[in-house]
Design a binder for this molecule. Sequence first.
Ligand code: PRX
Length: 584
Amino acid sequence: MVSAKSGKAMADNTAGASFPWDETLAELSGPADGALNIASACADRHVTAGRGGNVAVRWLGRRQERRDITYLQLSDLSGRAAAVLTSLGVSPGDTVAVLLDRVPELYAAALGIWKAGGVYCPLFAAFGPGPIKARLEIGKARVLIASEELYARKLEASRGALPQLEHVLLVSEDGGLSRPHDGCSDFRALLAATPAMEPVATTADSPAFLHFTSGTTGTPKGALHPHRAVLAHLVTAQTVFGLGEGDIFWCTADPGWVTSTAYGVIAPLVAGATVLVDEADVEPRRWYGILHDEKVTAWYTTPTSIRTMMRFGAALARSYRENSLRVVASVGEPLNGEAVSWGQKALGVPFLDTWWQTETGAIVIANAPGQGRRPGSMGKALPGVETAVMRCDGGVARQVETPDMVGELALRLNWPSLFSNYLGGDGRSGACFRDGWYFTGDLVKQDADGFFWFIGRADDMIKCGGLQIGPFEVEGMLMDHPAVAEVGVVGKPDLLLREVPVAFASLNPGFEAGDALRAELLSFARQELGVAMAPREITFIAELPKTNTGKILRRVLKAKAVGEPEGMDLLPSLPACPGRFDDE
Ligand code: PRX
């Protein structure tokens, strides 16, 4: 395509159409015709191929504990977990929620759920009781596998309000449970007592994992992915990270994030590497030590973590520069050019940016080795992915034909890890599918060489430390406080986390704006929503700015949050498309 205006050619984005996914399917499927199971592909396949003695999972505990699980042990443990779940009545297609930190049992749980034919639905430990309960309800979880501490703190009191949750299996910090909990069993004890079973028959289309993402209403929506997604995990493990036997791959993601499921569990295992799991949170000195001592060859983290490490200075990093790193990459928010070159200086390898989202299930755009790199850009579409930059013109979506012109990133529906549908949510699921394309909601531009550059979201989602927060869910929860008449939540720029949620609230009669009420509301939000989602600031405002149709003018609130003149446009304006860009 050649633009009439600039004469520059757009990159060819159609290469993805002809990728041999069938060959990957043949490599990963079981002996039965059409069978595909993520757990069998990640564990049993390696055992059959004689790699059962290789370390599948190397776990490092907060207090310097260390545990290795071989592929043979993982195959057995996951068979036992499947048998436990099946004995509790889990049938193919049932959701099993998981509320665990980065502990070894996460692997038995995830692979066991897949072997039982269930749907693995991990939840963020940093969420409060409200968001956790909402997700259990929408996901219709029948069983929950949780840490004893998280369950006691976040769910035990409201268990009665979750009638569909039939069983809770608890994992204690060490050994057995610290006390009996009504209607709960000890997951480790059950694993030890139950012989392994063979995986139930699943196919590429069987539902496998469910992650919640923020919707355009107060209700989160669950993106459901099929077992077929594992094809994309194997291919991206190889094309982006070059993973195979002998690699030590470290993914720092929280288990509640799709990044953990895809690259903290599935991708390294299906590629036959060793996945390193560190229980601790971001701690730069510890992290450098791990990269060095554990001989990590490929590392996947977030820009927020990279910025945290940068704050500790390159000198500290350079003292660990003797390392085995081949690839370091990040995801979740834009990675600026400075961070890319800092990686080179500090660790000897540049950070590579990768782009994807819960819905895509796996990396689709990356600065992958062999494809060229452009610091500051998200990279190019990976082999097997067909992309377009779209603008809406009179309600019709058209592909942009001029390089560097902003539009919405769209992907062809022929990528195996694309989600199959949303559970719950806002009833607008269909709006993101149009004419054989999935519209991602991200505004980007593509240069003449095919590199994509992130511009912003087309909607109001807030990105805080990589976590996507829907302002509507936060607003809904704040409205439950009797003082709040109306509330608008927006993202305020933050040097470390990129954005933090901040709230503007008007009050009901009889409540007085002031520090005491502000402190009460902030504490209410932290308790209900959890620290990850709660607003960091609350500003009282007589009346929220609204459009003629009564929608909150978030643009004005964003400007207020940073003290800029109201009404300043933070993003380039795009022609309106029905169901998109129609908020103002
Ligand atoms: O806006 C994009 C941003 O994160 C969103 C997806 O968030 P989530 O579903 O939580 O999944 C994140 C991890 C897979 C995207 O729509 N995002 C992701 N990667 C990048 C990014 N923004 C800029 N640059 C990236 N590399």
